[in-house]
Design a protein around this ligand. Structure first.
Ligand SMILES: CC(C)(COP(=O)(O)OP(=O)(O)OC[C@H]1O[C@@H](n2cnc3c(N)ncnc32)[C@H](O)[C@@H]1OP(=O)(O)O)[C@@H](O)C(=O)NCCC(=O)NCCS
Length: 152
């Protein structure tokens, strides 16, 4: 895995993946806004220069929220999502963030399993938070405590 900062030039490739793997994909504007807002936007790039995955972390006073993570369909279930998430947590830890939290659709079993295996646990839920084909669905709020690990 080789992660680097996402640039505006990556957005086309990231959007192709996003539109293929997310039921309710982010728009180009969402990615551009994230880049301009100084969020931590990273891509995983192969040696040949292809993008396989991406993740976006928003710093919020001493904590961070994982806003998005995606892996190209053909590259899923090979450990890339877990490796990218671990890297994002390391970066957050390196910036002395105490906690990373996120919201996830209650139907997204793959993401929930990934987050649990990375040390996240559920701290709440938001009823009807996301729209979906049936109207709405709940969000699980999950958090991973970082304090006291790598930085002591
Ligand atoms: C969620 C996602 C990023 C996982 O990426 P990945 O590279 O396939 O994940 P990994 O191979 O690292 O898997 C890590 C763990 O996640 C869980 N997992 C991943 N895919 C799963 C699936 N389809 N079903 C159940 N559990 C799954 C498993 O616990 C897995 O560990 P295991 O392979 O040892 O059983 C990927 O499925 C994806 O891009 N989904 C669409 C976008 C999305 O929903 N993002 C999250 C919300 S923004």
């Amino acid at each position: 895995m080789m992660m680097r900062a996402m640039t505006q030039g990556d957005v086309d490739a990231v959007l192709v993946i996003e539109q293929a793997v997310q039921r309710f994909p982010w728009t180009r504007g969402n990615f551009t806004d994230a880049l301009h807002s100084g969020y931590l936007c990273c891509v995983d790039e192969t040696e040949e220069g292809g993008i396989r995955g991406y993740a976006i972390l928003m710093p919020v006073v001493g904590e961070a929220e994982l806003l998005n993570i995606g892996v190209a369909a053909a590259q899923q279930r090979k450990g890339l999502g877990r490796a990218m998430l671990a890297e994002m947590l390391n970066v957050a830890r390196g910036r002395n963030m105490k906690r990373v939290f996120l919201e996830v659709r209650s139907s997204n079993v793959a993401a929930i399993a990934l987050y649990r295996s990375a040390g996240f646990s559920q701290i709440g839920e938001r009823r009807g938070y996301y729209r979906n084909e049936e109207g709405s669905e709940d969000a699980l709020v999950m958090a991973c405590e970082l304090a006291g690990e790598a930085n002591g």
